[in-house]
Design a binder for this molecule. Structure first.
Ligand code: ADP
Ligand code: MG
Length: 700
């Protein structure tokens, strides 16, 4: 009979109520199952035994066999420490205890061979080892042998209460004894065969008690693969179920709007990437399923035209469409841009924002409901319940990261049946992360910039070079170009940040006096109308310089602006820097981005600045960002499983992730309901995983 792995951990021999409470509260271990999935953080090579004369002054963790020749108590500032002289046939060292001295003194015997393990210190001409792990050599020889010793995650409380790594290892051994180390297989024979994976039981044994380094590597690979495989399987299944259950409005025909625009009014040749993405969208819209697609494209890659042409597909099939943007500025900009494109086609379009007047709103509401209005552009105001469409067929969301999932779902309730949804983001998400976080969305990528764009030259300058920067600005203005100067603004530091902004504005005003120069200033404390006025002055080319906080981060399009100066650049995150830089380089002229900082820079800031200077590839920058910050800070990850990974690491194990996704796809392609006998392990694991909401809650 096999042991039920859902048994509470209290029942495991050697655990008992106190340790069980500690394991629960400190490590979240409730059951046998949880314990077996407590994967080691790292391993120590315990095949090597050191001699005392081989020790080096590097604080390494070592194991040594020797005997205790005597004990001493040494007085110190507070209390005393217990010191044992320890010797082997090559030399002497000291073992030191600051706590638990009485017990140690009584339990250790002089003259018996012991194995000690721990970190060595070099202090006043001698090696010492504080609080060594220590056991009789005879006992050590009788233990489960493994080449590498697992070091488990721990907490201060656990070690203070005596639940040391040694104790956890003992408990783990007990678990393997009780279960005989036999665990139900969770992957199919064919996957194991193709990837030469070791069995589940072998993997679990070797991840805890590696027999060899090679077997440890195999065990880790197998468990990481499995973890990522089931996450992918779940995401892809969700997507498949969504597609089969939720009927979308089929946009069957390509009609006059689209064709006329394509033939007569397209302002430029589409890039191949734009064409490809349009084809992908067209396919979704023409199928019977509801589209749920993420469109990624670096700043300036031309997402707007793709959005507009998707809207035309909707209009051609008699549906209304809407475009949602995160800020008023961006909504206005989209509205103005789309209105131009709509003009020759005689399409009706309106703008709705929080600040829209009641009278305007009334007209919009009416025309939305009677179907006279074809396109609605706006901010969150568009999500309010009183905004009702006659037949909303497609909703496009720009800059996805500002909208939560809950808001996205609000769109669904604007209709009897949910509209197609296209989410556009300019914050490139590393492909690997996108796969895990948005694995349930379909993804399109515009990975090509329109031809003729000159790469933006990016430099890093220290504050004391400001005069040279001013000179450079004057030269550019003389050439007729415009310049952004951006200051950081974060809530916690708002007062100081506004002061910096105002000081900066003053010094720029002194250096660039009126009437020769005109300067706009835009920040969050201004009234929306004033902000808009200043913005428009810059857009129209009436001002040479725009001094601003990050309000201009998203979307603003002024092709004549050729210089982006970012003040205190060390305080911005990488994706923000990249977004800001994307405000320039939109015209035919050579553009520049100047990152200004003080001399005091952390290692992390240096890496960010160097990355910006070196690369203009949003995906590469996103990868570095992910490495620097970890997935926890990246938008969207909170809702996904990537943060709860137990053994895989989406950054380090991205190759395994690719492989796992490939296999999950192939399995589901062959057998979408997992009914084939060869997939019985997969089906069973998937079922259990859904039950326990986590794959690691299920093994047996
Ligand atoms: P983003 O992807 O950042 O939203 P936009 O859609 O605003 O980019 O496009 C950036 C600029 O590039 C706009 O001025 C747009 O008119 C122009 N553009 C877009 N696609 C092309 C193309 N295929 N050829 C030339 N210019 C293009
Ligand atoms: Mg855009």
């Amino acid at each position: 009979m096999s042991v039920n792995l859902q048994t509470p951990i209290d029942y495991l021999k050697g655990v008992g109520p106190n340790r069980a409470d500690l394991l629960r509260s400190e490590l979240g271990i409730q059951t046998y199952q949880d314990l077996i999935n407590l994967f080691p953080n790292r391993y120590i090579d315990r095949t090597k035994y050191y001699k005392i004369n081989e020790l080096q002054r590097n604080n390494a963790e070592v194991q040594i066999i020797g005997v205790i020749t005597g004990f001493r108590e040494v007085a110190q500032k507070r209390g005393k420490r217990l010191v044992a002289d320890f010797k082997d046939d090559t030399g002497m060292m000291e073992l030191v205890w600051f706590r638990g001295q009485k017990w140690i003194r009584e339990s250790l015997k002089i003259g018996q061979p012991y194995l000690i393990f721990g970190k060595t210190n070099w202090f006043s001409g001698k090696y010492s080892m504080p609080h060594p792990e220590i056991e009789l050599q005879s006992e050590h020889d009788g233990n489960l042998r493994s080449a590498m010793q697992a070091i488990y995650p721990s907490t201060e409380k656990l070690s203070n209460k005596g639940v040391t790594n040694k104790v956890v290892t003992k408990i783990m051994q007990q678990l393997f004894l009780e279960t005989k180390g036999r665990f139900v297989e969770t992957l199919s024979d064919s996957i194991k065969g193709e990837l030469k994976l070791i069995s589940k039981s072998d993997a679990l044994f070797n991840v805890h008690f590696p027999k060899t380094i090679e077997l440890l590597a195999k065990a880790q690979f197998r468990l990481k693969f499995e973890e990522l495989f089931y996450i992918q399987l779940q995401l892809i299944l969700k997507n498949l179920i969504h597609k089969s259950k939720i009927k979308g409005f089929p946009f069957n025909k390509v009609g006059d709007y689209f064709n006329t625009f394509y033939k007569d009014h397209l302002p430029f040749e589409l890039t191949n990437a734009q064409k490809r993405v349009l084809k992908e969208i067209r396919q979704d819209l023409g199928s019977n399923a509801q589209m749920n697609r993420l469109l990624q494209g670096d700043v300036g890659s031309g997402k707007t035209i793709v959005a507009f042409m998707s809207i035309l597909m909707g209009l051609d099939n008699g549906f209304q469409c809407c475009l949602l943007a995160p800020t008023a500025i961006l909504s206005v900009q989209h509205y103005n841009g789309l209105k131009e494109l709509c003009k020759p086609l005689d399409i009706s379009i309106s703008l709705l924002m929080g600040s829209s007047k009641t009278s305007e709103r009334k007209i919009i509401h009416e025309n939305l409901e009677n179907g006279n209005l074809q396109i609605l552009v706006g901010t969150h105001a568009l999500l309010e319940d009183k905004v009702k469409f006659k037949n909303l067929g497609l909703a496009i969301i720009d800059e996805q990261h500002r909208f939560g999932v809950a808001q996205r779902s609000k769109l669904w309730h604007k209709n009897t049946s949910p509209p197609h949804v296209l989410v556009m983001t300019a914050t490139p998400i590393p492909r690997t992360l996108a796969m895990s976080v948005y694995g349930d969305l379909d993804i399109s990528v515009i990975d090509e910039l329109p031809a003729g764009r000159k790469p933006i030259k990016t430099v890093h300058r220290f504050d004391n070079n400001r005069l040279k920067v001013f000179k450079f600005m004057k030269d550019e203005i003389a050439l007729g170009r415009q310049i952004y100067i951006v200051y950081p603004l974060i809530q916690e530091n708002e007062k100081m940040d506004y002061k910096d902004l105002m000081d900066g504005y003053e010094s720029v005003s002194r250096e660039f006096p009126m009437p020769e120069y005109q300067i706009s200033i835009v920040h969050g404390k201004m009234k929306p109308a004033d902000k808009e006025y200043e913005m428009q002055r810059f857009v129209k080319g009436e001002t040479n310089i725009m001094v601003a906080t990050t309000v201009i981060e998203v979307g603003v399009n002024v092709p004549n602006a050729s210089v982006m100066i970012i003040e205190s650049a060390e305080r911005f995150g990488l994706s923000q820097l990249h977004q800001l830089r994307g405000r320039v380089g939109r015209g035919a002229e050579q553009s520049y981005c100047i990152l200004m900082t003080s001399h005091k820079l952390s290692q992390n800031s240096k890496t960010r600045l160097e990355t910006m200077v070196r690369s203009s590839d949003g995906f590469e920058i996103a990868e570095v960002d992910l490495k620097l910050r970890g997935p926890g800070d990246i938008m969207g990850t909170q809702q996904s499983g990537v943060l709860n990974l137990k053994i895989a690491d989406i950054i380090k194990d991205k190759d395994i992730l690719q492989e796992a996704r490939y296999y999950a796809k192939s399995v589901l392609k062959l057998d979408p309901s997992l009914v084939l006998p060869e997939h019985k392990e997969i089906l069973e694991t998937y079922r259990q995983m859904s039950k326990y909401r986590n794959i690691w809650n299920y093994i047996s």
